[in-house]
Design a protein around this ligand. Sequence first.
Ligand code: T4K
Length: 378
Amino acid sequence: MESFAEPILVTRPYFPPLEDFKLALEKVWENQYLTNNGPVLCEFQRRLSDYLDIGTTNLDLFNNGTLALEVGLYALGLAGYEVITTPFTFVATAHAIKRIGAKPVFADVDPENLCLDPAACEKLITSQTKAIVPVHVYGHPCDVEGFERLSQKYGVKIIYDAAHAFGVKLQGKSIAAYGDMSMFSFHPTKLFHSCEGGLLTFKDSSVQVSVERLRNFAILSETKCVDVGTNAKMNELQATMGNLVLNAVDRLIAYRRSIHETYERAFASCKSVKMVSVMSGNSAIADWEILRNDAYCPVLFKDFETREKVYGELKKYNVFSRRYFYPLLTDFTPYIGGNETPIARDAAARVLTLPTYNNLALKDVEKIAAIIRSIVGE
Ligand code: T4K
């Protein structure tokens, strides 16, 4: 098979029409406001509240997802406590926990959709555990009922890292409606983006006061600063991009569905390539209605050697897949010595995320799948 003339990356950001962006910028120039709660940010926040169907006092925008999570965890008073999370995620999840002075404790994942397993978490709850940070990894929904049960039984807060899950719905409700808090990343590698950006949503609207304060240095006035805040504000140019991408997001999600289905068809008869399930049959929400976002296309190979071979060989065809998420966080310097998590370790050794983005042609998806089939010999 011929290699691709142009590199095929694991993802490419969606760019709205340049004319639309230029037109939207005129508004910013008119307003003479670039950051600090400008009018475009306020409009973006209102539109997100409509899109996600949550109150305007139950969400806040940030300059990136990592700081959104960090500020959210700090605002909930988790510093000094244990916070259970998954090792099968991007480093930002654990960094946010550690940077506020809490201790990340790693629990294993569900073998089907690779999200944190509530039963594994329950075994690790101690008197020092104040919260759990499950990740809707790849946009796959965690067992939100299982975590709700832990929250009721042990009084722990549930903060979802929903970095990948924008647009996902469960039982007709945005995934932001579950848990005490959720963080969405608007990084350009995400299906929905604002150049860089992050969104925090929370059940209790009284959290908004502290979150808004913390993202603006915790200053209350020219002469008053009440906590160790930070600078985590989204600016007007980010919000401008976000507004334009929001216009297109449903279409972007629908197209990713067709990419996913194309891979599914191509691998249907291939025993050594398994697409990771979006919903786990082991979870308490296994029969819930889901609107998926197909943010990523993760597949599992039969062993580490095959995954490494495919990952390397694809590059020769100009295809740059990624091993999200390998290695496990517990193999990174700041987290070495964390609990062993055999299911997550096995997945990290065998997983590969395949290219998916809005201008990836379906015939190219078919070709990528055919190359993979030729490498694994099926
Ligand atoms: N929690 C989770 C579970 C996350 O996955 C993330 C971020 C966070 C929290 C934190 O959210 P943020 O603070 O980022 O909002 C990327 C992203 O930088 C990171 O945002 C993301 N997760 C992570 C999974 O992936 P890299 O190092 O793999 O990105 P990079 O630069 O290699 O880009 C990936 C591909 O996309 C490349 O082939 C190039 C292409 N690309 C990238 C950018 C930025 C483009 O074509 N254009 C672009 O503008 O980390």
